[in-house]
Design a protein around this ligand. Structure first.
Ligand code: SAH
Length: 410
């Protein structure tokens, strides 16, 4: 419901006026409004905090403004905001509190997931005693917010180091001055993380799987924390000879190693495989790593009728936008078809997509088609998504992106 512009908002220096379509988006529960739906944002500086109104001037909430992104505003509150750094600090504390409830068996997890934690433009991952911070918008990049974020993280989590990971492409899109990735607090940027452990006092006590974390190398934020729960689940069903396709630094492969007689990991990135090998040593495991193109390798293996009992497919996002969707679906289908054909009866396929543009339904249908074309009966063991430390806002579909199906085939 629109409210009369409160006094506090009248004191806010900036106002953004939306078109009816922009208003409808907010009323639909979304927190982004595109530039084309902004009627007027007179003289708003980069990263400004603005009161948002409809065409009649009715107050709708408070947003962070970007002068360059297609996403012109990101809502921060339905109320006026007088002290933004204090609000951000409070939201970070709430995000940390939520993780205390949903993460029990890992010292690596996402602490802040941007919009999903009502902290648009901020991503924070915890890797044991090192934090990784990504700042994605003009507003979060500006002082005093930047300092408020770091100060709150230091107070609440007492890390030995905080690394800022900079994506130059995003800084360019937000027209922010270039900055290098690097330590922005403390001394430490590398550490060892442990995930999916169980208390040793517990009958099912497990030491978990350990990984090196190098805060200033690798891709993304060092590891794919969104798959943490799926690693454990995949290991529940894994058996026999296993193939982890698109293995990166061995996330699935090392979890499967506890259950399988042999595990082979495939990736096109040599640095990723070098780290995977180090991770294997850290866990006292021996795995085989193959550097190559997954499409070619699966084709070659199919030609010589290689068979496996467990196959993981976790490719990069093939559909980066809607235009890529058709081609992306062909890519997913080819991989899934080949993998399904290569599984022995009773075998398990763990198949993932991290493309937001591929809906869960479209993904499931694609795997179903692949199973039909491979003449296999496939039964769903698990239909999963991202780990709970990557929360989903129901009215912000972009926060839900990871699909993971576990199927067994006859
Ligand atoms: N399963 C991994 C994450 C995979 S990310 C984990 O849980 O940690 C996607 C990986 O695919 C990256 O490591 C990238 O190097 C690799 N990759 C991208 N294109 C590839 C291709 N054509 N063949 C093999 N690997 C590829």
């Amino acid at each position: 419901m629109a409210k009369k512009m409160p006094a506090a908002n009248r004191e806010m220096p900036y106002t953004v006026q939306l078109s009816p379509r922009g208003v409808a988006r907010l009323q639909g529960g979304h927190v982004w409004v595109y530039r084309s739906d902004v009627n007027a944002a007179k003289d708003l500086p980069a990263g400004a905090l603005g009161g948002v109104t409809d065409a009649r001037g009715e107050f709708l909430g408070t947003a962070l403004y970007s002068t360059s992104s297609q996403i012109a505003i990101r809502m921060i509150s339905r109320e006026p905001v007088a002290d933004l750094p204090a609000l951000i600090a409070q939201r970070i504390r709430a995000a940390i509190g939520y993780r205390k409830r949903v993460v029990a068996n890992s010292n690596a997890y996402r602490v802040v997931f941007s919009e999903a934690d009502l902290l648009p433009g901020l991503i924070v991952d915890r890797y044991n005693d090192v934090l990784s911070v990504q700042i994605l918008t003009q507003a979060m990049d500006a002082e005093p917010l930047r300092s408020a974020v770091l100060k709150t993280l230091v107070e609440e989590l007492e890390p030995a180091g905080i690394v800022e990971r900079v994506d130059p492409r995003i800084r360019e899109l937000e027209q922010l001055p270039l900055r290098k990735s690097g330590l922005c607090w403390g001394e430490k940027s590398s550490t060892v993380i442990t995930m999916n452990f169980r208390n040793s006092g517990d009958a099912a006590g497990q030491p978990g799987v350990r990984f090196h974390y190098e805060g200033l190398e690798g891709q993304k934020t060092g590891a794919f924390l969104d798959q943490r729960e799926n690693y454990a689940e995949a290991a529940q069903y894994a058996h026999g000879e296993a193939l982890d396709v698109f293995c990166y630094q061995g996330g699935f492969a090392l979890h499967l190693a506890a259950k399988c007689s042999t595990v082979t990991g495939v990736d096109s990135s040599r640095p990723a495989l070098e780290m995977a090998e180090k991770n294997a040593a850290l866990n006292g495991r021996e795995l085989e790593w193959i550097e190559g193109n997954a499409f070619d390798l699966l084709k070659d293996y199919a030609a010589v009728r290689r068979q496996y009992d467990t196959i993981v497919l976790d490719p990069p996002a093939f559909a980066k936008n809607k235009q890529d969707l058709e081609k992306a679906m062909r890519g997913y289908k080819e991989l899934n078809l080949r993998a399904l054909k290569m599984l022995r009866p009773g075998g398990v396929l763990v198949t993932c997509s991290c493309s937001f543009h591929v809906s869960s339904q479209a993904f499931t249908e694609m795997v179903a088609e692949a199973a039909r074309d491979a003449h296999r009966v496939a039964r769903v063991l698990e239909s999963r998504g991202q780990a709970k430390d990557h929360p989903i806002l129901l009215n912000v579909p972009e926060t839900s992106y990871l699909k993971c199906l576990v199927v067994t085939v006859r």
